[in-house]
Write a protein that binds this ligand. Structure first.
Ligand SMILES: [Fe+2]
Length: 197
């Protein structure tokens, strides 16, 4: 499988972004998620680092399809960004392994029951991170948010935000935390200048 490098992925973002502002918001977030994952990968040797980098940098590509004509994000359909990114990459000929980073990073994983019970605007099915690389990309994504202004998210804040989705989601995050550990967010804050919430 061919895994695209950082420069190729950056050009892809530039091509897909509807505005320079959308590019700045989404690409910076993807790069920060990649930096979080790099920290976590440095502690272990059982993940494919090039694949994780590509997964982090690609995971939110579908967000570009959710900007309205006035440049705002369509929050009502935001949950679709994963499947939209998967579709975009598949149309461009990327391998399924890469497409899945888009459709398998939402929350701590969506089950077919979540889709049904919450009435989510997604095709029926499970959207779960399965490989170590998919799990790491999904986990790293929980520590930064594309709010305006963007911010880093403390592990406790990320856990608390999952409470409304039920104890199984909190337990899934706790298991990820035990597996990968907490990132050093202050070090990244100092570099990127984003607040920690
Ligand atoms: Fe993300």
């Amino acid at each position: 499988m061919r895994v695209p490098g950082d420069d190729e992925i950056r050009r892809l973002h530039e091509r897909c972004a509807p505005t320079p502002e959308a590019f700045a918001l989404v690409y910076a977030h993807c790069a920060i998620v990649c930096a979080v994952a790099e920290q976590l990968m440095a502690r272990r040797d059982d993940v494919d680092a090039a694949l994780v980098r590509a997964g982090c940098l690609l995971h939110d590509l579908g967000v570009y399809r959710l900007f309205t004509a006035s440049g705002e994000l369509d929050h009502a359909r935001y949950i679709r960004h994963g499947v939209l990114g998967h579709e975009m990459l598949a149309e461009l000929g990327f391998a399924e392994t890469l497409c899945r980073f888009c459709s398998r990073h939402t929350g701590v994983g969506l089950t077919a029951a979540d889709v049904r019970d919450q009435g989510l605007p997604l095709p029926p099915g499970d959207y779960l991170a399965e490989t170590p690389e998919e799990r790491l990309v999904m986990y790293a994504d929980k520590f930064h948010t594309k709010t305006r202004p963007p911010a880093f998210v403390a592990p406790e804040t990320a856990a608390a935000s999952l409470h409304r989705f039920g104890p199984a989601k909190v337990a899934a995050f706790t298991a990820l935390r035990a597996d990968f550990g907490d990132p050093d967010l202050p070090a990244l804050q100092a570099h990127y200048g984003h607040a920690l919430v």
